[in-house]
Design a protein around this ligand. Sequence first.
Ligand SMILES: [Zn+2]
Length: 219
Amino acid sequence: MSTETSTDAKTAALVNISTEKWPPRHRTYFGSLEVRSPEPGEPYAITPIRGCTGVIDMGDKRIMEYRITAREIAEDIAREINSDSGEGSFHGVFVSVGAAPTEAELADARRRLEDFQRRLVAAADLEWERTKNPMFITDLERRAARQLGLEKPWLYDSKPLAECPVCAEKIKHGVAVCRSCGAILDREKAAQYGLLPAGRRERQRNQEPPTQSGTEAGK
Ligand SMILES: [Zn+2]
């Protein structure tokens, strides 16, 4: 199948400034499409989008073909991803006018993304003030706060309890010694707070091993 080259753009550039990964997009006319995310250090990633021919089955062996331009497809995907989190949400995906985004387009997208992230953080702040319950803070809100580099009390309290590998009791993250069975879970921390039992091994590490000094004395 060949098409005559025309002057209008055959591909559209779907630009993404967010490092978030999305599941592939599906359409009957192109199958599955992965939207690229920028690698660490890259300001954006481009997913080139091609135009497609869609087919409508009219029944009675009649079909109708219709052309969908690259731009229409790209705009459709950008809309779908951006609206993923409710009204006015924006996830940093847009279609650039040219083959690559201009500085102005990138700046605009960054501003819109930041606006959206700040709204998420404000909503989380409000929720936290009311409930003090980290269960009500969404992953999206946490990610927004982290990406904005904001320190929030609701960022860290979210971890569920860990499990002691020895007795399987629920314990807090980062504890040095299991309060249930006494297992030492963080040796360095336990030593720092003098919680290690006065075992010979620990003492030998800091002192001359008696056997060695014994041999030396025998020389
Ligand atoms: Zn334990």
